[in-house]
Design a protein around this ligand. Structure first.
Ligand SMILES: Cc1ncc(COP(=O)(O)O)c(C=O)c1O
Length: 400
């Protein structure tokens, strides 16, 4: 029986489900997979996840939890041990002072974001979203009934987002500002000063700020920073974090929200009527990750820096490609617009298509991230794969 891919026309789906689209990243992954199934060797630079295995001590904690029959429901927002571990890690690293009622563990950072946005955004509300944006922000806001107001960050300024830029977009309907530093897809990092100014602006204007800090430990600038340390503005912002990228735990699904208890309890209420608690065993593993040695995080970070430097230098050496130096996360976001007009290429989607089908390098076209001139290249892969990708891209560009 062939798989059902589309609902029959007669099925009347809800308006809210029709307001969202499947993730552009997932579509790119699926297209690369089709080629692989035809026996073609594809260098995959689509992955939004670490190429490292989960560290041993974290796996051991999960195995111990299974053996100890830690297999029942837990409190909806996570065990007290887990909440304490999240609070302690954040306070040690960023000087925050959250309490148990201000933290909720969820089934990944995406789930945490979905819950927070559902709790804060209503029909008719506007949400200021810097571009380029991670694909899911727009769809989650749309699902909630809100409207995204896009803030186009300037590539020449390394995609910087300032309070002045945000302020220009504020209207009486503005409910929320979403920040994501380090950013997926650009790798841009907000300076502590810029982040503080935006959070302060939100506070003064009565507008919520969500700081998505899923890549906060993959910040390659000298000063790592979390909005969570801005204690004086705490009534108006939420931090969303995740263990996915920090500890190479994407499949385990553990994220969290830190913020005012009124919002966190709304998040827990929604979670109590949907997923309930994150997986009990994963919670034990998460406690080991957060409370254990952070050496593994430092080692992975060091390797990402090495890979980033290599891919950016390699890309910039290819005529027709220029690339802003990403300061965090594990993506390069090269501008490929100088290739438009060559070999029939007219868009970033055409370039990504050509790279996949002619060079066998899978990337993600930037249209899904809100820009028109880039492709996203994940460098969370081996140096060998990166070299292969660079060589194939270089040869492909030469043929245009
Ligand atoms: C910016 C950003 N936020 C949140 C997430 C969600 O990650 P997870 O749900 O695995 O914690 C991702 C994943 O790619 C991301 O890139």
């Amino acid at each position: 029986m062939s798989p059902v891919t589309e609902a029959p026309a007669a099925v009347k789906l809800t308006d809210r489900i029709n307001r969202i689209e499947p993730s552009a990243t997932m579509a790119a992954v699926a297209e690369a997979e089709k080629l692989r199934q035809q026996g073609i060797e594809v260098v995959d630079c689509t992955a939004g996840e670490p190429h490292f295995p989960t560290p041993e001590h974290i796996k051991e904690a999960a195995i111990a939890a299974i053996r100890a029959n830690f297999s029942r429901y837990t409190a909806v927002g996570g065990t007290l041990d887990l909440k304490d571990a999240i609070i302690k890690r954040h306070s040690t690293d960023f000087g925050s002072t959250y309490k148990r009622e201000e933290v909720c563990a969820s089934v990944g950072g995406k789930h945490a974001l979905f819950n927070v946005i559902s709790a804060l955004v209503d029909h008719g509300d506007e949400v200021i979203l810097p571009v380029p944006y991670w694909v899911s922000f727009k769809d989650i806001v749309n699902y909630a009934g809100g409207t995204c107001v896009l803030l186009h960050a300037d590539e020449e300024q390394s995609f910087r987002v300032t309070a002045q830029m945000v302020e220009r977009l504020i209207t009486p309907r503005t409910k929320l500002i979403i920040l994501n530093s380090p950013s997926n897809p650009s790798g841009a990092v907000m300076s502590p000063a810029d982040m503080t100014e935006v959070v302060r602006l939100g506070y003064e204007r009565g507008i919520w700020v969500i700081s998505d800090e899923c890549y906060v430990y993959l910040n390659y600038t000298e000063r790592n920073f979390s909005a969570g340390s801005l204690n004086e503005y705490r009534d108006r912002f939420l931090v969303v974090g995740s263990l996915s990228k920090t500890y190479a735990m994407t499949g385990w699904r553990l994220g969290y929200t830190l913020g005012p208890s009124a919002v966190v309890s709304a998040v827990q209420k929604l979670q109590s009527q949907s997923t309930s608690n994150p997986t009990s065993i994963v919670q034990k593993a998460a406690v080991a990750a957060l409370n254990g040695s952070q050496q593994c995080v430092a080692e992975m970070r060091g390797e990402y820096i090495r890979l980033r430097d290599h891919i950016v230098v390699g890309l910039c050496a290819i005529p027709g490609i220029r690339c802003t130096m990403p300061e965090g996360a594990f993506y390069a976001y090269p501008n490929v617009s100088a290739l438009f007009g060559k070999g029939g290429l007219r868009s970033a989607a055409d370039v990504a298509h050509g790279l996949l089908h002619k060079a066998h390098v899978a990337t993600v076209a930037s249209e899904g991230f809100g820009t028109t001139e880039h492709v996203r290249i994940s460098y969370a892969t081996s140096m060998e794969s990166l070299n292969k990708a660079l060589e194939r891209i270089r040869k492909y560009v030469q043929t245009l």
